[in-house]
Design a protein. Structure first.
Length: 556
């Protein structure tokens, strides 16, 4: 389904926009998704992406992709490229409307000069510690800087010297002159510009002063004539500051609307913490399939449509709340159940020898690629005398409701025959190593002519034809529902978040599985082919999601 065709859930922002258009306050709709290129996008960003692009499409408007690249010490071209890839993968296109804060550096500089000339901004020469100390508290007003009453001419001169690189980092900042006693601390003469002798990924060494996010953000929206500036709730206290800048500069005024950010259980959303996980090698990179990044979810096999479905399902509200990770996983299951081709794989192989099956015979059994979608076609499964089944599909002394193999027991092999376990070979410790079985040749297929039925059906692969594979079983990265509640969120890391199985065998049709292709391994779950290659050139599959939510059951 095209993202623009995704069913829209009712929310208060959609209602506000509809009212703005109906009463003439706005004639069109322009939204934007404004990431800072200092990390990879995560599932929380997906909510904003779907909301901004979705609303623009619904109301016949446009959505901009804008990079707020105002801090060269933390931003990299790698992040810019990754963000563009993620937004495209999620299903959205900004067309010609790709912008950067750095596109507006000269305009923002002129805005700063305008405020200085109006005696609404000044150069402060206090240290960062002094400014922090004099800012006040929630209950006490701040203390005015001793440099607050510099003349307009002195401020213009100092600011030009800052721009020309005459001062070291941290020696001066440009501040707005608002109100040091304002109840909203954001309005207590906030910094507008700081000195940073750092190379910018786009402008190089052209600038050594850079606008603060709170100064640049609102003006960027204004320059782009964004009608509805949709932000998360932590920016609500900043709205009066953005409005102050817009009002004093006399420029186009966007309407800022805040919504609750996504809080997902067993997950951290802070880019600082995610970067820490990467740099400290708790994970293998930003695209580690355990990460909540879009690149990690893509590598794990999550379909973009499932993420869009999830964002629509959780809705948009004003109250902060926690969403269970299982809701996202359910959306992934629903999408993959409908779209993923089926395949046979055995993770912990136990050998089966069908003694009454000719040793030189190979039978090619036709099996559906998707049992509910005949239009997807069929695949050929090789059936031979020696097979592998899952080790836990056999028990020496099975309990009453164990409908799989045991001594003298019968079971159906998926899409193939009914077999009976006749004898068992064992190792020195008494563990079963080979099952000797017999095959009923009149029972081929799911609906044999003689109507014989058994309660159990298990999966299998041909020992001679199956391909060796490494299978990575991923689980939640954190074992604590809210990792941020721990003294150190890293203490909540789940030591069992990754288990690698090197004994797996998969059906031969997966030889050409392309990286990112996701399959349902029947009875086991959904698995995605990974881009990595082993030294033995073995296939690698990542578990995308189990067939059902086993985590909640285990935790209960």
């Amino acid at each position: 389904m095209n993202p623009s065709e995704t069913p829209a859930s009712a929310n208060f922002i959609r209602t506000l926009i509809a009212e703005d258009l109906a009463n003439g306050r706005r004639q069109n709709v322009v939204t934007r998704f404004p990431p800072e290129p200092n990390g990879y996008l995560h599932i929380g960003h997906a909510k904003s992406i779907c909301l901004n692009f979705g609303l623009a499409a619904e109301f016949g408007g446009r959505c901009h992709l804008r990079f707020d690249d105002t801090n060269p010490t933390k931003e990299e071209q790698e992040y810019v490229d990754a963000i563009k890839t993620d937004v495209n993968w999620l299903g959205f296109d900004w067309g010609e409307h790709l912008y950067f804060a750095s596109d507006y550096f000269e305009t923002l500089y002129q805005y700063a000069l305008q405020l200085i000339r109006a005696n609404k901004a000044y150069v402060d020469s206090q240290s960062a510690d002094e400014m922090r100390k004099n800012r006040g508290t929630l209950t006490e007003p701040g203390t005015a800087s001793p440099f607050r009453n510099r003349s307009v001419e002195e401020n213009l001169t100092l600011f030009e010297q800052m721009k020309n690189g005459d001062f070291p980092d941290g020696s001066h900042v440009l501040r707005a002159k608002i109100d040091m006693a304002a109840p909203n601390i954001t309005l207590r003469d906030p910094a507008m510009y700081r000195i940073l002798h750092a190379k910018h990924h786009r402008t190089g060494d052209s600038w050594c002063i850079y606008p603060m996010y709170d100064f640049a953000h609102g003006q960027e929206d204004s320059i782009e004539t964004v009608t509805h500036s949709i932000c998360t709730l932590e920016f609500e206290d900043h709205r009066p500051l953005y409005d102050w800048f817009i009002r004093e500069l006399g420029i186009f005024a966007p309407q800022q609307i805040e919504f609750a950010r996504l809080n997902l259980s067993y997950t951290v959303m802070s880019k600082r913490k995610l970067l820490q996980l990467v740099t400290e090698q708790h994970v293998t990179g930003w695209d580690d399939p355990r990460m909540p990044t879009l690149s990690g979810m893509r590598r794990r096999g999550y379909p973009a449509a499932a993420i869009r479905r999830f964002c629509d399902r959780i809705g948009v509200g004003r109250s902060a709340s926690w969403i269970e990770l299982s809701v996202l996983e359910d959306c992934v299951r629903e999408e993959l159940n409908d779209s993923a081709p089926r395949a046979l794989a055995v993770l912990q192989p136990l050998k089966v020898v069908i003694d009454n099956y000719p040793a030189d015979r190979i039978e090619w059994i036709e099996a559906p690629i998707h049992p509910q979608k005949p239009e997807m076609g069929t695949r050929k499964l090789p059936f031979a005398r020696e097979l592998y089944i899952e080790a836990d599909d056999y028990m020496d002394e099975p309990p009453k409701k164990f409908f799989r193999l045991g001594p003298g027991r019968e079971v159906r092999l998926r899409n193939a025959y009914i077999i009976r376990c006749d004898n068992v070979e064992r190792d020195a410790a008494g563990n079963a190593t080979v099952l000797h079985c017999s095959c009923d040749f009149d029972t081929l297929g799911a609906n044999p002519a003689d109507g014989r039925k058994v309660k159990g059906t298990i999966h299998w692969v041909s020992a001679a034809h199956a391909l060796p594979a490494d299978v990575r079983l991923y689980d939640r990265l954190f074992s604590l529902e809210n990792p941020d509640s721990a003294d150190d969120y890293r203490q909540a890391l789940n030591p069992d978040s990754l288990q690698t199985i090197t004994t797996a065998r998969v059906e031969a049709s997966l030889a050409d599985a392309t990286p990112g292709a996701t399959y349902q391994f029947e009875r086991l779950g959904y698995f995605s082919a990974d881009r990595d290659a082993t030294s033995e050139n073995r296939l690698i599959f990542n578990r995308t999601v189990t067939l059902r939510d086993s985590w909640a059951k285990e935790q209960g």
